[in-house]
Design a binder for this molecule. Sequence first.
Ligand code: DQA
Length: 150
Amino acid sequence: MTARISILGGPNLDRLGVREPSLYGSVSWKELEVLCREWAADLGFVIDFRQTNGEGDLVGMIQAARESCAGLILNAAAYTHTSVAVRDAVLTLDIPVIELHLTNPAAREEFRRRNFLADVVTASIAGFGPRGYRLALEGMAALLERKAGS
Ligand code: DQA
């Protein structure tokens, strides 16, 4: 059966393409979805690709991945640095979770070094721009193969 992967985006990622393009580039969230669907299909995945600006909504979407998906790729955006609720939602899951950032938060402002997710996710990818989603999908394939083999 084709594995379903949840790809979730947090606040302001709906503004990709217009938001600080020197940092985040020119690819919009919608364009990123098209790319992710192609990359996922190459790897034999189908994806649920969703974004929300709300913390509670993001918590609900993370929780829902437990029932419907084999893995989660999560760019929690600013909630990475602020949200115990998002961290706790990740801890409800027993599927691989890859934390993803388009930029490298560790190389930016001091407040972005605070990270409520880094120690509760399976793996992290940061600083590759949209291409990071391709890397995350490839990484997810490896994690799921490893899980199936163990
Ligand atoms: C981000 C990095 C976060 O620090 C920031 O708040 C974002 C986007 C990224 O993808 O680089 O909104 O998660």
